[in-house]
Structures are given as C-alpha cells and as structure tokens.
Design a protein around this ligand. Structure first.
Ligand SMILES: [Zn+2]
Length: 62
C-alpha cells in the first residue's frame, strides 16, 4: 500500500518521480512561488524610520 500524497500545487496524486508534486510543471510552479516570495522586500526601507533621533551626533547640517 502506498500513501498517496496530493500535489500541493494542483491537488492531484503526487508522482514518486516528482514528489511531492504530480509533475515537473507543478514542481516548477511551486519553485516559482518560492522565488517570488523571496524576491519580495518584506518592508520598504523608510529613511525617516531608520534614522532614529537619539539626540546624539553632530548637528552641523541644518
Ligand atoms: Zn500538480
């Protein structure tokens, strides 16, 4: 008996060859999602937020 897992992408029974996916296409789709997520910048860097006013430092620029 084989525990059939479902492809996380399309829900079809996964093929051993492409585990845990049902096909190379679905594996690529999942991989693409991964890359897309890693490409997304979590938070935009806001200079006003990064530069915290701690009262220190020179204030030559006014
Ligand atoms: Zn699939």
């Amino acid at each position: 008996m084989t525990a059939q897992k479902k492809c996380p992408v399309c829900g079809k029974p996964a093929e051993i060859e492409f585990r845990p996916f049902c096909s190379k296409r679905c594996a690529d789709v999942d991989l693409g999602r991964w890359f897309n997520e890693s490409y997304v910048v979590p938070e935009p860097i806001d200079p006003e937020t990064v530069i915290a006013d701690d009262g220190e430092g020179d204030e030559t620029i006014h």
